[in-house]
Design a binder for this molecule. Structure first.
Ligand code: NAP
Length: 250
């Protein structure tokens, strides 16, 4: 059964590992090509945009894809929207892996905001020492608040930076003791993050809680309507197995 998985996440890598060891599936992993050195994958990969909804429809038809798995990041809203539209047009069964978001716990001091622009504004007018973990594509709004001192962590060095920024390149998962040390070492006062969910990057929240730091949390965009969703790669694998039984009768 031919499967296309849209990747770029921990769950996509987990699914790729499960699919690679299973002779019932012939799977391809699609990466956007945002990182210079993506983690090695056990499946054949294609890299780069499809060319909008039309491009993805053509890909699904030409490659006779029998199931599409949207395992992109919860903030990759455009890709998820395009996947939903293309799957409808090409009549390809689609499942999205949408990992649960983070929720505040006792002791947390979160301010939830709807956009990255609102996150930059929420930092206020008094200079603060800010840990920015929003990804290298979403830094532009912070250039308008150059009075803060930014510590930016991203997988690759960002192309453009706000003034007064220091960059650390690193790829998760991160541990709580390391996050705690980092926050202390850089005398961080406030953390800015997307509500990505998952465990790979959640240690910074526990470290911020322990230190009593403020967190500006950017809320997720809503997922496309009408798309079947699961929370984990294991559930997506079970869905694929069911479809395989329906199609091949075994
Ligand atoms: P996006 O804004 O939703 O995507 C913009 C465009 O990039 C899409 O419309 C699509 O172009 C192309 N694209 C995105 N993901 C793709 C994929 N897996 N394969 C092929 N083309 C893809 O997404 P994004 O926020 O730039 O994220 C890009 C990738 O990074 C995704 O794979 C995502 O899982 C990963 N990622 C994102 C974040 C985040 O915070 N946004 C964090 C970690 C990882 P066409 O429509 O022209 O095909």
């Amino acid at each position: 059964m031919k499967v296309l998985a849209l990747g770029g996440t921990t769950e996509a890598s987990q699914l790729a590992r499960a699919l690679a060891g299973d002779a019932r599936f012939e799977a391809i992993l699609s990466l956007a090509g945002r990182t210079a050195h993506p983690a090695p994958q056990p499946l054949p990969c294609r890299t780069g945009a499809f060319g909008g909804v039309e491009g993805l429809v053509s890909y699904l038809v030409e490659h006779r894809i029998e199931a599409l798995i949207d395992a992109t990041h919860p903030f990759a809203a455009q890709m998820s929207r395009h996947a939903a539209q293309a799957a409808r047009t090409a009549r390809t069964p689609l499942l999205a892996i949408f990992r649960p978001g983070w929720h505040p716990e006792p002791g947390d001091n979160w301010q939830t905001v709807p956009t990255m622009q609102a996150a930059a504004e929420a930092l206020g007018h008094a200079p603060r020492r800010v840990f920015l973990t929003v990804g290298q594509q979403d830094l532009a709004p912070f250039a308008a608040a150059p009075w803060h001192a930014y510590l930016i962590r991203s997988v690759d060095p960002p192309a453009t930076l706000p003034a007064n920024a220091k960059v650390i390149t690193a790829r998760g998962p991160f541990s709580e003791p390391d996050e705690h040390r980092l926050l202390l070492e850089h005398r961080i006062e406030v953390l800015v993050t997307k509500n990505s969910g998952g465990t790979a990057t959640s240690a910074k929240l526990a470290a911020a809680r322990r230190l009593g730091l403020a967190v500006v949390m950017v809320a997720r965009p809503p997922p496309p309507e009408g798309v079947e969703r699961v929370a984990t790669a294991a559930e997506a694998m079970a869905w694929l197995e069911t479809r395989h039984r329906m199609l091949r009768g075994a």
